[in-house]
Design a binder for this molecule. Structure first.
Ligand code: AMP
Ligand code: ZN
Length: 465
């Protein structure tokens, strides 16, 4: 049974989805105005682990993630670039998913851009209006916190005191408000900003309403898991609850799951502090995506941890060892038959792995189970006690572990000449079409398989390293 810490109840709880077999999960996605940093990716890698483990436990899953593609910083940057905001954000969305895929994250079932859901946001604001929870000021619409009883139930902040805000995620948009805690649902149109003509006036949505609208549209008015980084608890998620429950009168989310910060030199890694590293920056320094993934996964999500180059170098040698182990296990010429001690070993490792992850995703213990398993199987490989039947079984166990962690690297597969040629042709076509993202992707894929490309006067040639 999976146990998860729920920010809403402030307790570790047994996980029981609302619908027995099917889990509905929403994760707050990126704001796309620049490259994401590895702190952002800590949150997404954590969500990927949760996603994969839910599937490992046999649940069906609908995982939804939004893309915040309209927001103050986006508008500012797009205007500075003289770009249409939609084109500007599309560029950063594509770059974001290049990193996403390279880090071995699975794509959610649905990825939704905020600006594709304006009507849904307006519909919720109208419901809130009908419930007396909004007011207008200078053409903008605000949420009246005083009208919602449960405000503060997620963040446990006592609003009786004199609290002016939360973290650096407090809305930058301060217009005319009745109460300092009230937040904007709909911002009146301003010159130089994108806006939509709607029943509640011309304008654009506030940040918080986006997630209420997109999550309920995709998953229904009540769903199982809502996840994101810890800085989103207040005000973003507190406001999402106020909006969603204020509109529907139903509980919004059963389990709120938050992951802690990745730090750099003891402080939260963030764009504004400048103490951040991007995935591609680290890859340019020679690190592999798999090592970055391993490093981001290696601490339990409720624990902060410090990013260091030394830690990343350690992750690099660990993933190299795991990859090497899988290759050797696959290629070993084992004697026929079966050693009865081996299934005992593999069962123990699997039980330990699952018990650890059931315990609020205790990754440190689950990884320890994997490393001990690798060590023991290595010994059996070396002394010949691993037989052919055990070898097949052990490869399956590795694949099972890897369905959750995705850290062992590809099982070795020689690429056939035809497959290589097809990719080379596709790359040529992509380059012609100026689809450089795809062209780079293919080059990297081939490089991983040890295929080198050469531009000759007769066209592109490939050879094995
Ligand atoms: P943003 O693109 O700023 O909207 O952030 C995307 C996600 O990254 C959110 O869930 C944030 O909570 C999360 N995040 C931002 N900084 C960090 C950090 N240093 N460590 C972990 N998660 C972070
Ligand atoms: Zn959100």
């Amino acid at each position: 049974m999976l146990n998860l810490y729920n920010t809403l109840t402030a307790q570790v709880e047994e996980f029981h989805p609302l619908d027995n077999k099917h889990v509905r999960m929403y994760v707050c996605g990126p704001t796309v105005y620049d490259y994401a940093h590895i702190g952002n990716f800590r949150t997404f890698v954590f969500a990927d682990l949760l996603r994969r483990y839910l599937k490992f436990k046999g649940y069906e899953l609908t995982h939804v993630m939004n893309i915040t593609d309209i927001e103050d910083k986006i508008i500012k940057r797009a205007n500075e670039d003289g770009a249409d905001f939609r084109e500007f954000t599309t560029k950063y969305i594509n770059l974001f998913f290049e990193d996403w895929d390279a880090l071995g994250l699975e794509r959610p079932e649905q990825i939704i851009r905020a600006t594709d859901c304006i009507d849904d946001m307006v519909a919720i604001i109208k419901r809130l209006e009908a419930n007396g929870l909004t007011y207008n000021s200078d053409g903008s619409t605000y949420y009246r916190i005083a009208g919602f009883n449960g405000y503060g139930k997620l963040s446990k902040i006592n609003f009786e005191g004199n609290i002016a805000g939360g973290s650096d995620r407090v809305d930058a948009d301060e217009y005319e408000k009745e109460n300092v805690r009230d937040f904007v649902l709909w911002k009146a149109a301003k010159p130089g900003e994108p806006s939509w003509e709607t029943e509640i006036g011309a304008g654009r949505p506030g940040w918080h309403i986006e997630c209420s609208a997109m999550s309920m549209k995709a998953l229904g008015e009540t769903f199982d898991i809502h996840a994101g980084g810890i800085d989103l608890v207040f005000p973003h998620h507190e406001n999402e609850i106020a909006q969603s429950e204020g509109a529907t009168g139903k509980p919004f989310v059963k389990y709120w799951v938050h992951s802690e910060f990745l730090l750099a030199e003891g402080e939260k890694m963030s764009k504004s502090k400048g103490n951040y590293y991007t995935v591609r920056g680290l890859v340019d320094q020679g690190f592999s995506h798999r090592a970055i993934r391993y490093m981001l996964l290696s601490a339990q999500h409720l624990k902060q941890f410090n990013f260091t180059m030394e830690g990343l170098r350690g992750a690099e040698s660990t993933v190299a060892r795991l990859k090497d182990f899988r290759l050797r296990l696959g290629e070993a010429k084992c004697n026929p038959g079966s050693n009865p001690a081996m299934p005992v070993l593999s069962k123990r490792a699997q039980q330990r792995f699952e018990a650890a992850l059931d315990d609020d995703l205790n990754v440190a213990e689950a990884l320890a189970a994997i490393h001990d398993f690798v060590r023991e199987v290595n010994i059996a490989l070396a002394d010949g006690t691993l037989k052919a039947d055990n070898q097949t079984e052990m490869l399956k166990v590795v694949a099972k572990f890897d369905s959750v962690f995705n850290i062992f690297g590809e099982a070795k597969q020689e690429m056939l000449d035809d497959e290589i040629q097809a990719l080379v042709d596709e790359r040529q076509a992509a380059r012609k079409a100026k689809n450089f993202a795809r062209s780079d992707e293919i080059r990297n894929l081939l490089a991983e398989k040890g295929i080198v490309l050469e531009d000759t006067k007769d066209g592109m040639r490939w050879k094995r390293k």
